[in-house]
Design a protein around this ligand. Structure first.
Ligand code: HPA
Length: 277
């Protein structure tokens, strides 16, 4: 079995055989948000199954392709679908693509997800800029022997999400006239949605949205020294008081309806950060 660092190098070298671009930004497109990838002027779309050491994406609403190309003229690499711990993957394996995107040269990671709204001010279809997170997965991709070449043993998590990028995302939403909040994302393992007692607990913890992803990827991004912008699409409202059923298909349908908002922020941030630089 190859060392993690060698696996990363092998996967990155494979991507380079299909695409010789130098991506500035990596994007992870969450549930129902894969169509944001259509805005990328594609040079290559690589099936995860073709990339050495990548896993298979089994989740609904996740295509399982690495999109390589330009967004607004800026070279980017985007994951059309991600890996979750609830699929049975370890946090280290699930976050391997973040390592590969870092090896390809990205400096910024934009990570998106579909999430349930806990904050009573939130409505379906709203966007939330992730200000901070609570890791309730009971997993951390950095557990194990640390490779100091990849990052520090004890990464600081005082500010995993870039405050200035969050401010800019909120400003872009205001300019486009849609609702965008800032709040705390809680990650639960899933694949079950939360019980009413868990929803009550998450509100008590001051979480604003809940999902089953993102946190492992952000931990690896911070370990690798990447700047991070996190965006949640609120696809359902979690209520402890009335019985509301949530289904994966509804989550995806609502996320798809909000894709233009997400695209406006992603494209706006990339243009402000990288165009003419
Ligand atoms: N809970 C957990 N994950 C989710 C939810 C939810 O309510 N909605 C979308 N992803």
């Amino acid at each position: 079995m190859l060392h993690l660092r060698d696996q990363i190098a092998e996967a990155a070298a494979f991507v380079r055989t299909r695409w010789n671009g130098r991506p500035r930004c990596g994007i992870i497109l969450g549930s129902g948000l894969g169509s944001v990838g259509e805005a990328i002027e594609l040079d290559a779309a690589i099936d995860y199954g073709d990339i050495p050491h990548f896993l298979k994406s089994t989740a609904i609403g996740h295509h399982g392709r690495l999109l390589c190309g330009k967004l607004g003229g800026v070279p980017v690499v985007a994951m059309q679908g991600r890996f979750h711990c609830y699929e049975g993957y370890s946090a280290e394996r699930a976050t391997f693509p973040v390592r590969v995107m870092h090896a390809l040269g990205i400096k910024l990671l934009i990570v998106s997800n579909a999430a349930g709204g806990l904050n009573t001010n939130f409505a379906c279809g709203d966007i939330m800029v992730i200000d901070d997170h609570i890791n309730l997965l009971n997993r951390n991709p950095l557990v194990g022997v640390n490779d100091d070449e990849l990052g520090p043993r004890f990464p600081d998590l005082g500010a995993p999400y870039d405050r200035r990028l969050g401010d800019r995302a909120l400003a872009i939403a205001r300019k486009h006239d849609f609702v965008c909040h800032r709040g705390v994302y809680a990650a639960m393992l899933g694949p079950t949605y939360e019980t009413r007692a868990e929803i009550r607990m998450l509100r008590y913890f001051c979480a604003d949205a809940v999902g089953m992803s993102t946190v492992p990827e952000v931990l690896v991004a911070v370990h690798a020294g990447l700047r991070v912008l996190g965006l949640s699409t609120i696809t359902n409202i979690c209520s402890p008081d009335k019985k509301v059923t949530t289904s994966g298909h509804e989550v995806i349908a609502t996320a798809e309806m909000a894709r233009d908002k997400l695209l406006a922020i992603v494209a706006g941030i990339i243009s402000e950060e990288f165009q003419n630089r």
